[in-house]
Design a protein around this ligand. Structure first.
Ligand code: SF4
Ligand code: SF4
Ligand code: SF4
Length: 263
């Protein structure tokens, strides 16, 4: 994975250079702002190696002081230094329990071996895989973050990670210019991944809501049906009670005893 850098982030110090209080002392609005600023410097690989279900949840955990700045292997050392500066925390080496920083790679599917089970689609955090049930699947390379989350679910191991060649400086570019270009490309890729991750989260929320509504409607339908089912029974009981009362009245008039069934 390529280290990610984002230099245009102000440190979390006030005008006098004093360290800001920890996240729990921020207002709700300040917390949201801090999470957004942290998320902006995360690589958006959405690989979950930090122990959180995406970059934004890790950003929230950092803002809340619940995670360390050294849990993101794709961000690498540059990422840790950027987070340390942003949060006014001391630098820590990468915690390799979360993985190691690797060169950037993207997933490729061997389409001849793919059985179209769709498991990789369900695992991809940025919807970078196209396909349908029992059809071959393919990765949209520009949208793949290299998170590797699609590898494990594939039952036939037909997905491989293809390392990307680091972008080379053209003869017209100085090394500084080439580094600038590389940073711009990384920022654009991170922005795209962030958008696609958010879109997927929103879609999943909508689907969840639709499922809940459907279940609720089914239950409401069942309740109405149950009432309908009970209603005839209730009517029958009422009719029987009326008949019994009339029989008793008739019996009193004629001087005969009503049958036991009507008692
Ligand atoms: S890139 Fe992976 S490890 Fe880093 S913050 Fe995002 S989800 Fe976590
Ligand atoms: S295609 Fe695979 S490696 Fe690429 S983003 Fe999706 S899950 Fe991650
Ligand atoms: S998980 Fe593997 S076999 Fe299943 S659709 Fe994806 S690539 Fe094909």
């Amino acid at each position: 994975m390529q280290p990610f850098s984002h230099d245009a982030i102000a440190p979390m110090t006030d005008a006098s250079g004093q360290q800001r209080p920890r996240a729990e002392q921020y207002s709700a609005l300040e917390r949201v702002d801090l999470i957004t600023r942290i998320d902006l410097v995360l690589p958006q690989t959405q690989c979950q190696q930090c122990g959180y279900p995406g970059c934004k949840p890790y950003a929230a955990a950092l803002a809340d002081g619940e995670a360390s700045i050294n849990q993101c292997p794709p961000g690498g050392e540059t990422g840790i230094r950027t987070l340390a500066k942003l949060l006014d925390l001391p630098y820590l080496p990468l915690n390799t329990a979360h993985g190691i920083t690797k060169p950037k790679a993207i997933a490729m599917i061997d389409e001849h071996r793919c059985i179209g089970c769709t498991l990789c689609i369900k695992a991809c955090p940025v919807d970078a895989i196209l396909g349908a049930s029992r059809q071959m699947h393919t990765v949209i390379s520009q949208e793949c973050t290299g998170c590797e989350l699609c590898l494990a679910p594939c039952p036939v191991d037909c997905i491989i990670m293809q390392p990307l060649a680091p972008s080379q400086a053209t003869s017209a570019e100085t090394p500084a210019k080439a580094a600038q270009t590389q940073t711009a490309v990384a920022v654009a890729a991170a922005d795209l991944a962030r958008r696609r991750y958010q879109q997927r989260q929103q879609r999943q929320e909508r689907e969840k809501l639709a499922r809940l509504q459907s279940v609720s409607q089914k239950k409401t339908g069942q309740t109405a049906a149950d009432k309908d089912a009970i209603a005839p029974g209730t009517d029958a009981i009422k009719k029987a009670a009326i008949a019994a009362a009339m029989a008793r009245v008739q019996a009193l008039k004629t001087g005969t005893s009503p049958t036991k069934d009507y008692e």
